[in-house]
Design a protein around this ligand. Structure first.
Ligand code: BGC
Length: 756
């Protein structure tokens, strides 16, 4: 009772303080807006690029004069305190001295680069995830930036889509946890601090469901799937406080997100209560002309009316809104709304108090690419790796006298960061060769050979190396390179072969129809595997790859994504056993492309396959491939082994107000201490609508010493059983449920309970 009273008092005080802040902000912005002309208000809605990274053909011109004229609200892809100081100085010359918000795609680290987001998600470690965003924000703000276009939370079940690299995989529950952790990391507790930045969650919405996995393509989805399986991570990011959101390029129900009133107003503002601002994606407004929605003026007034506030690069807002206002196509209230929301964000960042808040050159010198940040990069990278196979415990390597280090990626600095490493200290990333040399010195002979190019075909190789990131192509014949590799292998004890994608083979505009290794790389592996030497395959990738043949040829497979600045040291730590791998994949690895989409939380269908080996006539399956993926969601091996005991439930049924305790003993039965991600899934056995065969509802990453047994406990309450029904009501239905706990989505112990 007393506690309740104190809680209420505390809440009242906190709310009171927040309200007072908001009132102060409201008064300030109201005052400012009364002084603003229509042009100045529209100017705030204009976001231009400083050109350090571009993802379209449009570029911004006359930026400096536009700032002075009050025609720019934000600028992105520009960095360094010197340059940003200049921008703010120009802004201080504008009539009302409104500072400019400075954005950047700070996606997985900044100068110190961390693994690509799909890799980070494979850590399943929310404190690491949050810290990665925290450090990224520290470095980026030290370099003048206060707004990041991250986290990208698009659920993706189609690995042909290159942007799967930028998100957290196929699962909405895990994706939501990661989204929230990232936002907390970027924004910290106090947005006004000079080392925190505004987060922009993207791409709202459903961008990951592009048809055929082809980037920018159409999406079409039922509301019930949307609500249950795709929207939760966006909502989680907003609930964690993300102050802005980016509309996606794709259409939803036939209307591009940028002009989709249902999405941006009814759902986002009315249902979810979002109070921040909406920005388009890069020329997303203009692209609605090509979608077939009208000319620039038409698409622009539709976008504003739908709820878009800021226009990235395209300048449709700047050039047409005044006319549309005169023609009564938009209202002053709509322009005011957008302007106010952008000014509020600037206010929250403290830019009005001090426009030069992020322009401290000392910080830039001392806080970027530090030894401490690099040590963290090494840690998170090693924890993102996923051991897919380890026959006869060929890994970790046991001080071999010689290693054949082969492949186009073994010593390729430019490709360590992966996609969207725009601020990466590129030449300084460590390769596998660097890492092994650092660790082994002269004690092990390293026989290095390129073996093959990323692609033999020069056209495909060129497609795989935009932005000047060379694939390191050598103009030698495949035969010549192969011979050199075979010779190196023959004179070595063990083969470490690094194959896979170049950094830019995944990411934006990098869709692939075949997602295996390029044929020339497959050939190299096949030839080396004939030598009968232990063969360790290190896979670089931004997406789940098709590795059916490779999984038979190699003795061990370590998936290392693109691990960033410290890639080389981190790979070495794992290969030599200094770090025991603990990553688990967050998107299924298909057996072949024809299975796509293949994801763990699918429905059962009315004619499910029995699960026994082989094709079953008149059942939902293929003649030529099983339904299961090669590696399921949540899969990843360790150098040790874990044995799961049976599930213990403290009751057989619960009512709405009760919780059920689920515990499981996990024993480390191998020879190494190791971390295990214990995963809990639930199946709603009978529902008013068909429910997935399992859904992740909990996970716990635990360190278990060798020989030790740990009891891992979970609690399930009614909230964990809720879903959106066909009326889009969020509820739990009484009846039978199954709970599953295990080491991956496919290998689980089961028990049943009832919701009464
Ligand atoms: C991408 C966004 C990115 C933006 C700004 C677009 O092409 O889709 O994810 O934030 O460019 O660089």
């Amino acid at each position: 009772m007393k506690n309740n009273f104190l809680l209420v008092l505390l809440l009242t005080l906190v709310m009171g303080a927040t309200n007072a802040q908001n009132t102060k902000r409201d008064v300030f912005i109201k005052n400012l807006m009364t002084k603003m002309t229509i042009d100045e208000k529209i100017g705030q809605l204009n976001l231009l690029t400083g050109g350090e990274a571009t993802t379209g053909t449009a570029v911004s011109t006359d930026v400096e004069s536009k700032i002075v004229a009050g025609k720019i609200g934000g600028l992105f892809s520009i960095s360094t305190p010197q340059k940003i100081r200049k921008v703010q100085e120009l802004a201080m010359k504008s009539r009302l001295k409104i500072p400019v918000i400075i954005g950047m795609d700070v996606i997985h680290g900044y100068r110190t680069t961390f693994p690509i987001p799909l890799g980070i998600s494979a850590t399943w470690d929310m404190s690491l995830v949050e810290k990665s965003a925290r450090i990224a924000a520290q470095e980026a703000t030290a370099d003048g930036i206060c707004w990041t276009f991250s986290p990208m939370v698009d659920i993706a079940r189609d690995p042909r889509w290159g942007r799967i690299a930028e998100g957290s995989g196929e699962d909405a529950f895990l994706g939501s946890k990661i989204a929230a952790a990232m936002v907390k990391g970027y924004q910290g507790k106090n947005l006004k601090a000079n080392n925190t930045m505004l987060s922009c969650v993207k791409h709202f919405a459903l961008y990951g469901a592009a048809e055929g996995g082809r980037d920018y393509n159409t999406t079409d989805m039922s509301r019930i799937r949307m609500y249950n399986e795709y929207l939760p991570p966006y909502k989680a990011a907003l609930d964690a406080g993300a102050g802005s959101i980016m509309a996606s390029f794709n259409e939803i129900d036939g209307i591009p997100a940028t002009a989709n009133k249902w999405l941006l107003t009814d759902l986002l503002r009315k249902q979810w209560g979002f109070k921040g601002f909406v920005v388009t994606d890069y020329t997303g407004n203009n692209e609605m002309i090509d979608h077939g929605l009208g000319d620039l003026q038409t698409v622009t007034y539709k976008a504003l009316a739908a709820g878009t506030d800021m226009d990235m690069v395209g300048e449709g807002f700047l050039t047409t809104l005044k006319k549309s206002l005169a023609e009564k196509k938009v209202t002053m209230a709509e322009i005011d709304r957008a302007c106010r929301l952008i000014l509020e964000a600037k206010y929250d960042l403290g830019l009005f108090e001090d426009p030069f808040r992020y322009c401290d050159e000392n910080r830039a010198k001392n806080e970027i690419f530090t030894a401490e940040n690099r040590a963290f990069a090494r840690e998170i990278a090693s924890k993102s790796f996923v051991l897919l196979k380890n026959k006869n415990n060929v890994l970790p390597l046991n001080s071999p006298k010689s290693i054949a280090l082969i492949g186009p990626l073994v010593n390729n600095k430019e490709n360590m960061g992966g996609t969207w490493a725009v601020s990466e200290n590129r030449g300084n990333s460590l390769t596998l060769y660097d890492g092994l040399k650092n660790a082994l010195g002269e004690s092990t002979q390293i026989n290095m050979a390129r073996g093959t190019n990323i692609y033999s075909d020069p056209v495909l190789d060129a497609n795989a190396s935009p932005f000047g990131k060379s694939t390191g192509r050598e103009n030698r014949s495949d035969e010549d390179m192969l011979k050199e590799a075979v010779d190196a292998a023959k004179s070595s004890e063990v083969i470490v072969l690094a194959l896979g994608e170049s950094a830019e083979m995944s990411g934006e505009s990098s869709s692939r129809s075949k997602i295996g290794l390029p044929e020339n790389q497959q050939k190299l592996l096949a030839e080396l595997s004939k030598l009968g030497k232990p063969l360790i395959l290190v896979i670089f990738t931004g997406r789940p790859l098709v590795l059916e043949t490779e999984s038979q040829q190699a003795d061990a497979i370590l998936n290392v994504w693109f691990a960033g600045s410290e890639a080389g040291n981190a790979m070495t730590d794992v290969l030599l056993g200094k770090v025991n791998p603990s990553g688990k994949i967050t998107a299924s690895f298909p057996r072949n492309e024809g299975q796509i989409p293949v994801y763990y939380n699918h429905k059962n269908t009315g004619r499910p396959h029995s699960g026994k080996p082989g094709f079953e006539k008149f059942r939902s399956n293929y003649l030529d491939v099983p339904n299961t993926p090669l590696y399921p969601f949540g899969y990843g091996l360790s150098y040790t082994t874990f044995q799961y005991g049976d599930l213990k439930l403290d009751k057989a049924s619960i009512t709405e107000n009760q919780k059920i305790k689920v515990s499981v003993d996990v024993k480390n039965t191998g020879n190494y201490d190791g971390e295990e991600v214990v995963q809990l899934y639930i199946r709603d056995l009978v529902g008013s609508v068909a429910r997935p065969v399992k859904e992740l509802k909990g996970f716990e990453k635990v360190l278990i010493r060798k020989g030790e047994t740990k009891t891992v406990n979970f609690e399930i309450g009614v909230e964990d059983l809720k879903f959106y029904n066909s009326d889009l009501k969020w509820l739990a239905e009484k009846g039978d449920f199954q709970v599953m706990v295990g080491t991956n989505s496919d290998d689980v112990k089961k028990a049943n309970f009832v919701l009464k």
